[in-house]
Write a protein that binds this ligand. Structure first.
Ligand code: XUL
Ligand code: CO
Length: 442
């Protein structure tokens, strides 16, 4: 068997997940994700660039605010460093069997914090050596890493936006270490998710100063990253709230405005998470489109929320409408570039079997592969695009084109408006929804 690394097999009884086609009844096989199948000149693997999230897959243990853990990981060990090394072996065994070519992690997911900065750094050095060795053995690559500057109690009032400068400086210890490790591991992107970069109440908060401090911190991280040879993209992951009442990177539009306000647009893009977009009152495809239109789509945290729940449920994506609409935006925008689809998603608390982790990823990968194929057919057939183009045709020539090109003033526009004949056209929403259904249902 060549699909596990190290001396020990952790996910026994599960081999490499293979494509068997949609008629297959084997739960441990892909029905739609056929890694090497070519769609519009690129393989599915190249289009989708799937990544496994270390934190949900190898750290989450089913605990929730109402109950303790329900799962025991096969690499469990009471000594933190022994466990971290076993976890790295198990993780790479999982990536290889699953066929996710990338992974993502926070420092704290992979490496024990220890009880001092020195211990944190030395643990991280050893664990990242182990990760590098396993990357070389398996060919699995790092899509992005990030610093967990939100779990430890020192970050209760924020990290880069903490009102106490000492905490801001302490957060820099982790971000610097994570950038060093990123370069060592050849990371393609580096992520900032500002979990506690926001406020609980304006009664105790100077929002202006906090946003400026955040921008200052990100600028310093950018400069440091570039100075040590980081060539990838810095990504900010928007989320409107949770754990703070109001997060500064509320949604894609807010985040892009922040990036531009502070002159970070040459180095920063967005990492869009489906369930964060829906928490902000948008659809997933809305936030993807906002980024795509601004050239700011860096990468994607692929998950789904629960339409009845107002919090981040981080479910594996199974809704093929969502994946189709997301892939339409991504394909039209020219693809994911150096980004990917990272499953920032966790098994439910009651899904306690090791195979459930595989089944969850199979569902997510199949749903996006399905969405990719349908979206590509819709684009190829040009049905939606032709309709939309026709809808705006009045701006393509004559006075409409002068307006769109900025070659008209308001008086001229108003003069035209005095006599313009307005024809009412249907938006054909129902027709287009039926059309979308016919593509999805085959
Ligand atoms: C939290 C979240 C994070 C980021 C990385 O909602 O999405 O896991 O993706 O810190
Ligand atoms: Co995320």
């Amino acid at each position: 068997m060549d699909y596990f690394v190290g001396d020990k097999e952790y996910f026994k009884g599960i081999g490499k997940i293979e494509f068997e086609g949609k008629k297959s009844k084997n739960p441990l096989a892909f029905k739609f994700y056929d890694a090497k199948k070519k769609i519009a000149g690129k393989t599915m693997e190249e289009h989708l660039r799937f990544a496994t999230a270390y934190w949900h897959s190898f750290c989450a243990d089913g605990a929730d605010p109402f109950g303790s853990s329900t799962m025991v990981h096969p690499f469990h060990n009471s000594d933190p460093m022994t466990q971290a090394m076993a976890k790295a072996d198990a993780a790479f065994e999982f990536f290889t069997k699953m066929g996710t070519p990338y992974y993502c992690f926070h420092d704290a997911d992979a490496s024990p914090e220890g009880s001092s900065v020195e211990e944190y750094e030395s643990n991280f050095q050893k664990v990242s050596d182990a990760l590098l060795a396993r990357q070389k053995e398996t060919g699995v690559k790092l899509l992005w890493n990030t610093a967990n500057v939100f779990t430890h109690p020192r970050y209760m009032h924020g990290a880069a936006t903490n009102p106490d400068f000492s905490v801001v400086a302490r957060a820099a210890v982790q971000v610097k270490a994570c950038l060093d490790v990123n370069v060592k591991l050849g990371g393609q992107n580096y992520v900032f998710w500002g979990g506690r970069e926001g406020y609980m109440t304006l009664l105790n908060t100077n929002m202006k100063r906090e946003r400026e401090h955040l921008a200052q911190f990100l600028t310093m991280a950018r400069d440091y990253g570039r100075s040590i040879g980081f060539k990838g993209t810095f990504l900010i992951e928007p989320k409107p709230m949770e754990p703070t009442k109001h997060q500064y990177d509320y949604d894609a539009a807010t985040t892009i405005a922040f990036i531009r306000e502070f002159g970070l647009q040459d180095d920063f893009k967005c990492n869009i998470e489906a369930n964060h977009a829906t928490l902000a009152g948008h659809t997933f495809e809305h936030d993807l489109q906002v980024c795509s239109d601004s050239g700011m789509l860096g990468s994607v945290d692929a998950n789904q929320g629960d339409p009845q729940n107002g919090w981040d449920t981080d479910e594996f994506p199974t809704n093929v409408y969502d994946t189709t609409l997301a892939m339409l935006v991504i394909l039209r925008g020219g693809g994911l570039g150096h980004g990917g689809l990272n499953f920032d998603a966790k098994r439910r608390r009651g899904s306690i079997d090791n195979e459930d982790l595989f089944l969850a990823h199979i569902g997510g990968m199949d749903s996006f592969a399905f969405g990719l194929e349908v979206a590509q057919t819709i684009i190829q057939d040009k049905v939606l695009d032709d309709f939309v183009a026709e809808r705006y045709a009045s701006f393509d020539e004559g006075k409409g084109a002068s307006f769109a090109q900025g070659a008209m003033d308001l008086s001229t526009l108003a003069q035209y408006g005095r006599t313009a004949s307005i024809i009412h056209n249907s938006g054909k929403q129902e027709k287009l929804q039926n059309l979308l259904n016919s593509y999805i249902l085959g």
